[in-house]
Design a protein around this ligand. Structure first.
Ligand SMILES: Nc1nc2c(ncn2[C@@H]2O[C@H](COP(=O)(O)OP(=O)(O)OP(=O)(O)O)[C@@H](O)[C@H]2O)c(=O)[nH]1
Ligand SMILES: [Mg+2]
Length: 415
C-alpha cells in the first residue's frame, strides 16, 4: 500500500546477486555469533549439569547453598568454536532461586536482570556515536525454566515467575531430572503442566513454523513440550560405545536415547534448529516491546492525538516548549509564594508589636494604680500618725496635770 508500485522484470543473463545469501553467510562467519541462555530453577535441580551436557563441555560450576539471602544472577561468558563457527555463549544462572519466603523476592531479581540487558542495548542504540557492531549483546535469548519433577503440578512460584517473564524472554520449560519419575507419570505431568500454563495465560516459546524447511519438525516438537530432560557428563559403556548416562542399580538412563528422555529434542531445538530464531525473536519481539514502552514512558510517540505522524524532532521541540512554560509557571509561583510569605511574616510581626505595646500599656496602668493605692495608704498612715501624735500630746498633758494635782495633795497631807 505504501511505497512505489513494483514492476517485475526478467534478466537476460547472469548478474550475480544470487550470491547475496552466501555473502551474508560469509559475513556472519567472520563476525561470529552470540547467544545468551538464562537458567532458572531451584538450587540443585540440575541446571549446571544440563548446560555441560548440552554443550559437551565443562563450564566452571559453583554449587550454591540453600541459604542465600537473596536471588543473585551469575553470568559467565565463554568463547566456543565448532568447525569454523565462533559462538560467544553466556550462561546466566539464578543462585538461590525459590529459597525465599516471598515469591516476589525470587522473581524480581530475574526480571530486573533481563530489563537491565535491554536497557543497556537501548542506551547503546540511542548514543550519537554508537558501536553496535562490536557491542557485547547480553540480552537473554532463551530462558530454560527448570520444573521440579514432582509429578503433581507446577508450583505457584513457577507460574508467577513465568507469567512475569513471558513478555520479556523466550521461555522454554523443561522437566528436570526426568529419570526420577516414571514414564506414565511423566506423560500425565506434561499434560498437566501445559494445561496449567494455558489456563494461567503463560505464553511459552513456540518453535516457529514460517520456515518450511523446519516447519514439520518444529510442529512435532511443539507437541512434546515441556521437554523432560536428564543431564549427565558421566560416560557409561553401552554395547560397544561410551555414552552419556546416569547409572543406577536397576539400570542405565541414557541421556541421548530418545526413548529414555527428551534431551536430544531439546538440543536439536535449542541449538541446531532454532538458535537463530530465538535470537531474532528476542530482538524483534521482546526487545522491541521494551524499547517501545521505554520511549513512550519518556513521552515519545509516532503519532499525535489526531493520528498524524510526529517526528522525534517535533516531539523534542514540543517537550522543550512544554518544559519552558512549566519552568516559567513554577518561577512565577515561587515568586508569588515568596511575596505572600513576606507579607504574612510582616503582619505577624506587626501583630506581635501591637500585643507587646498593649501589654506594656497594661503594665503601666497597673503600675500607676498600685502607685496611687500606695500613696493613699501613705496618706492614711500619715493621718493616723498625726492623730496619734495629737492624742499622745493630749495624754501627756493630762498626765502632767494629774501629777501636779497629786503633788499638791501630798504636800497638804504632810502639813
Ligand atoms: N537424577 C538426576 N540427577 C541429576 C540430574 N542432573 C543433575 N543431577 C544431580 O543433581 C545434583 C545437582 O546438579 P547441578 O547440575 O549441580 O544442579 P544446579 O541446579 O546447577 O545446582 P546449583 O547451581 O547449586 O543451584 C548433582 O548431584 C547432579 O549429579 C538428572 O538429570 N537426574
Ligand atoms: Mg549450578
Amino acid at each position: 500500500s505504501l511505497g512505489p508500485v513494483l514492476r517485475p522484470l526478467s534478466l537476460a543473463g547472469h548478474v550475480g546477486f544470487d550470491s547475496l545469501p552466501d555473502q551474508l553467510v560469509n559475513k556472519s562467519i567472520c563476525q561470529g555469533f552470540c547467544f545468551n541462555i538464562l537458567c532458572i530453577g531451584e538450587t540443585g535441580i540440575g541446571k549446571s549439569t544440563l548446560m555441560d551436557t548440552l554443550f559437551n563441555t565443562n563450564f566452571e560450576n559453583f554449587e550454591s547453598s540453600h541459604f542465600e539471602p537473596q536471588v543473585k544472577l551469575r553470568a559467565q561468558t565463554y568463547d566456543l568454536h565448532e568447525s569454523n563457527v565462533r559462538l560467544r555463549l553466556t550462561v546466566v544462572n539464578t543462585v538461590g532461586f525459590g529459597d525465599q519466603m516471598n515469591k516476589q523476592e525470587s522473581y524480581q531479581p530475574v526480571v530486573d536482570y533481563i530489563d537491565r540487558q535491554f536497557e543497556s542495548f537501548l542506551q547503546e542504540e540511542l548514543k550519537i556515536k554508537r558501536s553496535l557492531h562490536n557491542y557485547h549483546d547480553s540480552r537473554v535469548h532463551a530462558c530454560l525454566y527448570f520444573i521440579s519433577p514432582s509429578g503433581h503440578s507446577l508450583k505457584s512460584l513457577d507460574l508467577v515467575t513465568m507469567k512475569k517473564l513471558d513478555s520479556k524472554v523466550n521461555i522454554i520449560p523443561v522437566i528436570a531430572k526426568a529419570d526420577t519419575i516414571s514414564k506414565s507419570e511423566l506423560h500425565k505431568f506434561k499434560i498437566k503442566i501445559m494445561s496449567e500454563l494455558v489456563s494461567n495465560g503463560v505464553q511459552i516459546y513456540q518453535f516457529p513454523l514460517d520456515d518450511e524447511t523446519v516447519a514439520k519438525v518444529n510442529t512435532a516438537m511443539n507437541g512434546h513440550l515441556p521437554f523432560a530432560v536428564v543431564g549427565s557428563t558421566e560416560e557409561v559403556s553401552v554395547g560397544n560405545k561410551m555414552v552419556k548416562a546416569r547409572q543406577y542399580p536397576w539400570g542405565v538412563v541414557q541421556v541421548e536415547n530418545e526413548s529414555h528422555c527428551d534431551f536430544v529434542k531439546l538440543r536439536e531445538m535449542l541449538i541446531c534448529i532454532n538458535m537463530e530464531d530465538l535470537r531474532e525473536q528476542t530482538h524483534t519481539h521482546h526487545y522491541e516491546l521494551y524499547r517501545r514502552c521505554k520511549l513512550e514512558e519518556m513521552g515519545f510517540q509516532d503519532t499525535d492525538p489526531e493520528c498524524k505522524p510526529v517526528s522525534l524532532q517535533q516531539t523534542y521541540e514540543a517537550k522543550r516548549q512544554e518544559f519552558l512554560v512549566e519552568l516559567q509557571k513554577r518561577e512565577d509561583e515561587m515568586r508569588q509564594m515568596f511575596v505572600q510569605r513576606v507579607k504574612l511574616k510582616e503582619s505577624e510581626l506587626k501583630e506581635d508589636e501591637r500585643e507587646l505595646q498593649s501589654r506594656f500599656e497594661q503594665l503601666k496602668r497597673l503600675h500607676a494604680d498600685e502607685k496611687s493605692a500606695l500613696e493613699e495608704k501613705k496618706r492614711l498612715l500619715d493621718e493616723d500618725q498625726s492623730s496619734f501624735g495629737k492624742r499622745r500630746a493630749a495624754a501627756q498633758l493630762l498626765q502632767a496635770q494629774s501629777l501636779t494635782a497629786n503633788g499638791k495633795k501630798d504636800k497638804d497631807r504632810k502639813k
